[in-house]
Write a protein that binds this ligand. Structure first.
Ligand code: 1PR
Length: 541
């Protein structure tokens, strides 16, 4: 960073702010952390990326005696940027923590989205557009480009906070997307995860004197403009060590990742960081890494994977999810680690969300059996510390045909593709260890159980369709997305852009993920989005 280009970061240690750090450094700034109250008073520019819950954040700020310095800093009119919870804390209070008082700089209360009346998935996750109240230096050049949100609570515009509101976003009803007055700004969305648009917004804050580059001219694209929350397109990288020990991106057919001939080597489709960076440049809305052999060894000792994550997060400014091996472990020395320890190491290395596979099946089985929330499971512990939106459950289901649904305890679906013996019904069996072991649990039941335990999103794979390029399993995706109110990501089987449009039209899924076709460059992410836009599906172009 050039001399004088320094930002003070208020990271009170409640969660992952690595993405914010990476984005600030990408813009050429160095970071000074707030270690004591006087670091706030002496800051020249302050960024406050709130993480965790409202009540917990206020408690920590009080404990560390940061509340008064923070209010004084904001009153002084020096440049301030709050992000996400950092916006909400400026309001008077939040329903999230039983009416806990906030900093009270902006009139109004923060309330939860009302799932029942919305009829939309909560958390509100993904790329949405804003309606700007007028020109503002912070949002200069942003126009109608979408930015990335992830939250379950929001402030609403009211006459008494009208002088603060810079922009609102519609999700059922309008909520406050950005506020500003003088040099004080805050955003409900995450600029650090909003791609080039987000970096521009951060730069507008850091370098207010530099004129923003003009927004892309509307003539640049002849595609129809869509509004509202975009259906997301996610690129997924299955990662593992090959037989020589190098970490490679691999891809299987029905989860078999070895070549069909010769020595049956692990298929090598590229280098993890390079591919992730390419997908970011190509317009992926999110990137996921699945460490597919993570169930074998403790991922805390998997230094190559951690290194990949650190490097990828310096290149990728959209959300990054990491899965594989998130569960409790005992290492060779007999030291025990919890799933939370493993997740924390992924978060510290640059993940925005973690994805739990095998362990979620164990957890769901126990919860369905006992009906008790112990607070001790991986899902509960990680969502308690990092928030529900940071916890994804990855399901690896296999279709099981049945002739008579009254003979099985699982929720069955009438299928349009009858089984080998003409069976008209099916259910989807959960598996663990990368599909190697089937369990007596249906995907629908698992999804409902993990939602009840605090999961924010479901990544719904399909072993039957994986790598087959025949399209997503609409019956599976429909059954699961109708059974939960959290977002569902359809995965496995994409072969052509039409398959994305079809699954979005046929089901309520919020996102669709593909791997093989992107790795082999048979389909480009832009082709998928163009097809979606032509079919009037909201997409981020
Ligand atoms: O069980 O918590 O250690 O997590 C392991 C994770 O690794 C799980 O999320 C599991 O889905 C994943 N996994 C394990 N083995 C494999 C394998 O392929 N042998 N990959 C595997 C999962 C499915 C998707 C794939 C889509 C799209 N692969 O990740 O990317 O099917 O593929 P396509 O577009 O080419 O059809 P734990």
């Amino acid at each position: 960073a050039a001399a004088g280009k320094e930002v003070t970061l208020l990271d009170y240690g409640a969660g992952n702010v690595r993405s914010v750090r990476n984005a600030i450094m990408k813009l050429g700034y160095s970071i000074k952390d707030v270690e004591k109250p006087s670091d706030i008073s002496s800051a020249a520019k302050l960024i406050f990326p709130g993480v965790g819950s409202f009540g917990q954040a206020m408690r920590i700020l009080k404990q560390k005696e940061l509340v008064d310095p923070l209010k004084e800093y904001i009153d002084s009119g020096k440049p301030f940027l709050g992000v996400c919870l950092g916006l909400q804390l400026l309001f008077e209070g939040s329903e999230e923590s039983g009416g806990c008082e906030g900093l009270g700089m902006i009139p109004g209360q923060v309330c939860e989205f009302d799932k029942a009346t919305l009829g939309l998935p909560v958390p509100h996750i993904g790329w949405n557009d804003m309606s700007q109240k007028g020109p503002s230096p912070l949002l200069s050049g942003v126009g109608d480009k979408r930015v990335y949100f992830v939250h379950s609570y929001r402030a609403v515009p009211e006459p008494r906070n009208a002088d603060w509101v810079l922009a609102t976003t519609d999700y059922g009803d309008p909520f406050v997307a950005a506020v500003g007055k003088g040099n004080i700004y805050a955003t409900q969305f995450h600029p650090e995860k909003s791609g080039a648009t987000g970096l521009q917004i951060l730069n507008n804050f850091l370098e207010p004197s530099t004129p923003a580059s003009p927004p892309a001219s509307p003539a640049a694209s002849s595609l129809p403009k869509t509004h509202g929350l975009a259906r997301r397109v996610i690129a997924c990288l299955d990662v593992r060590a090959n037989d020589r020990g190098d970490l490679v991106v691999t891809k299987g057919d029905q989860y078999d990742v070895r070549e069909k001939e010769g020595e049956r080597d692990v298929r090598n489709l590229g280098k993890p960081v390079e591919l992730a960076a390419r997908y970011f440049d190509d317009g992926a809305d999110e990137v996921s890494f699945l460490n597919i052999t993570g169930f074998r060894d403790c991922p805390l000792n998997d230094l190559p994977m951690i290194k990949v994550l650190k490097e990828a997060s310096r290149r990728v400014f959209v959300p990054l999810t990491v899965g594989g091996g998130i569960r409790g472990f005992k290492d060779v020395n007999g030291t025990s680690y919890s799933a939370l320890d493993v997740a924390s190491s992924y978060f510290r290395s640059g993940a925005d969300k973690v994805s739990i596979g095998s362990d979620a099946v164990d957890v769901a089985e126990e919860y369905i059996r006992s009906g008790v929330r112990t607070g001790q499971t991986s899902i509960e512990q990680i969502s308690e510390v990092y928030g529900r939106q940071a916890v994804v459950v990855s399901i690896d289901p296999k279709r099981v045909y049945v002739a008579d649904p009254s003979q099985v305890k699982h929720k069955c679906t009438k299928t349009s593709k009858p089984g080998p013996n003409g069976e008209q019904w099916c259910w989807w069996q959960c598996t663990v260890k990368g599909g190697r072991e089937g369990r007596d649990l249906g995907a629908v039941e698992l999804a409902q159980a993990v939602e009840a335990l605090g999961t924010g999103e479901i990544l719904l794979n399909c072993i039957d369709c994986d790598g087959a390029k025949q399209g997503f399993d609409h019956e599976l995706v429909g059954a699961v997305s109708d059974a939960v109110s959290i977002p569902v990501i359809a995965s496995s089987g994409a072969g052509v852009p039409e398959h994305f449009t079809q699954v979005f039209k046929a089901t309520r899924c919020s996102a669709a993920l593909a791997a093989g076709i992107f790795h082999r460059q048979e389909v480009n992410i832009a082709d998928v989005k163009q097809h979606m836009a032509e079919n009037l599906l909201p997409t981020r172009l």
